[in-house]
Design a protein around this ligand. Structure first.
Ligand code: NAD
Length: 438
């Protein structure tokens, strides 16, 4: 099939490359000229494991092309996917659909009858109806509008796309359903379940999925606080409940609060949708509040571990990206943590395996180091903020020797207290004692 992908970011580029790998002919369109020039020269705009090889092999076979020219992408396409950003609107947190509607008006000029327009971007309920209305306004006829929300995770995006837990398709007509089934047919060999629903239902399913995962994270984070107060271990509690099939082990890792380009904005957008609909969503509302508080409280934890005073202290931060295996810094917990430490008078050294360039745009006054050991040198404490694999096997004795103060604050519970203590470090995890309330 011929596919156009409007928006060549984390989702558009991965989806486009994977569709091409299935054998479809994909034109990835983006209005960012430098991104497209880079891709045409073989330079990836993002860091995602396996992406470069996948893009290059499909581009070489001529199945994957990159252009800024909407016409070139859309004119021949049987399906046009929209994968542009839907950030939180400043002020109220509604999903900002400016990029989506702009893309629709642009593609409307070139689209042929029979084409299916598919939103892959995360969009509020009813967006498909609004896209249909815009197409009508622009004089377009005979085009179907479907919803196909994307559930991939950055850092494991290609594997997620090729082995999805499910594919959700919201389509109001048989033609759109058939086109989407054809596009995803290669995945049916792996028995990937496809769920065909109404368009509005598909749109809401994406928000409900992200909101539920956010609830799960905030739930275990609150249990972690309780563990600290009553001398229990949240790791064991999480395992103890996660082995129950009704609960499941995933998303039960206590930490500094969720961040990233999706959960924060999608939970708030869901609340806005609910408010417009006049329906309370108290669980999600509380989750958002709990998470916001939590990120701020991480600075207090570091302060407490350092004896109640940050001024004049040097803190080494390991990991800046919002999670491992990505360079994405959007809403990363590291941002409020680093800024909060600096505001309270600490000096901050930081190291991230791939997100340094992105972090430099966002964080001023930070001493960026070339590796974990260089960051640790002369610091009063080292804080693991993102659980990159390379931080799981640090030479703790070397870290202890480099540190001025011998404190390891492990916001991801990567280490056991005993191994840190054996290396001569004072250990603070999350939900594992020591941060007891006074
Ligand atoms: P992104 O910011 O990485 O990429 C969006 C791209 O769209 C940018 O390159 C931008 O230049 C381009 N763009 C904007 N307007 C355009 C236009 N009119 N024509 C052509 N290109 C245009 O965003 P992302 O992280 O890929 O997210 C895209 C959507 O997918 C969002 O709705 C997001 O919520 C959703 N989503 C993201 C993830 C994720 O892990 N990042 C996962 C699932 C769903």
């Amino acid at each position: 099939m011929r596919i156009a992908m409007i928006g060549t970011g984390y989702v558009g580029l991965v989806s486009g490359a994977c569709f091409a790998d299935f054998g479809h002919r994909v034109a990835c369109v983006d209005k960012d000229i430098s991104k497209i020039d880079g891709l045409n020269a073989g330079v990836m705009p993002i860091w995602e494991p396996g992406l470069e090889a996948l893009v290059k092999s499909n581009a070489q076979r001529g199945r994957l092309t990159f252009t800024t020219d909407v016409a070139a992408g859309v004119e021949k396409a049987e399906a046009v996917f929209i994968a542009v950003g839907t950030p939180a609107r400043r002020g109220d947190g509604h999903a900002d659909l400016t990029f989506v509607f702009e893309a629709v008006r642009e593609l409307a000029r070139f689209i042929k009858p029979g084409t299916v327009v598919v939103t892959k971007s995360t969009v509020p309920v009813g967006t498909g109806d609004r896209i249909e209305a815009i197409l009508k306004e622009e004089g377009v006829e005979g085009v179907s509008v479907a919803s196909n929300p994307e559930f991939l995770r950055e850092g494991a995006a290609i594997a997620d796309f090729k082995h999805p837990d499910r594919i959700v398709v919201g389509a109001e007509d048989d033609h759109a359903q058939e086109v989407l089934r054809d596009i995803y047919r290669p995945l049916f060999l792996n028995r990937a379940p496809i769920l065909i629903t109404g368009r509005r239902t598909a749109e809401l399913t994406k928000y409900a999925a992200n909101a539920f995962l956010a609830v799960k994270i905030s739930f275990i984070n609150e249990i972690a606080d309780l563990c600290e107060a009553v001398d229990a271990d949240v790791q064991d509690v999480a395992r103890g409940i996660g082995l129950d099939n009704r609960i499941g082990p995933k998303f039960l890792h206590a930490g500094p609060g969720y961040g990233g380009s999706c959960f924060p904005k999608d939970t708030i957008a869901l609340l806005q949708t609910a408010e417009l609909a006049g329906v309370e969503q108290r669980i999600v509302g509380t989750t958002v509040a709990v998470n916001d508080d939590r990120k701020a409280k991480m600075v207090e934890r570091v302060e407490r571990a350092l004896g109640g005073e940050l001024a004049g202290k040097r803190v080494a931060i390991l990991g800046l990206a919002f999670k491992p295996n990505t360079d994405d810094m959007r809403e990363a917990p590291s941002i409020p943590i680093v800024r909060g430490l600096i505001e309270r008078g600490a000096e901050v050294a930081a190291f991230d395996p791939v997100a340094r360039h992105q972090a430099e745009q966002l964080l001023s006054g930070v001493d960026f180091a070339d590796d974990a050991y260089a960051a640790a040198e002369g610091a009063d404490a080292i804080v693991i903020v993102t659980e990159w694999d390379e931080f799981r096997a640090l030479d703790l004795e070397r870290i202890a020797a480099l540190l001025r103060g011998k404190t390891l604050i492990d916001l991801r519970n990567v280490y056991d207290r005993s191994e840190a203590e054996e290396a001569g470090l004072t250990y603070y995890g999350i939900g594992r004692g020591r941060f007891k309330k006074a």
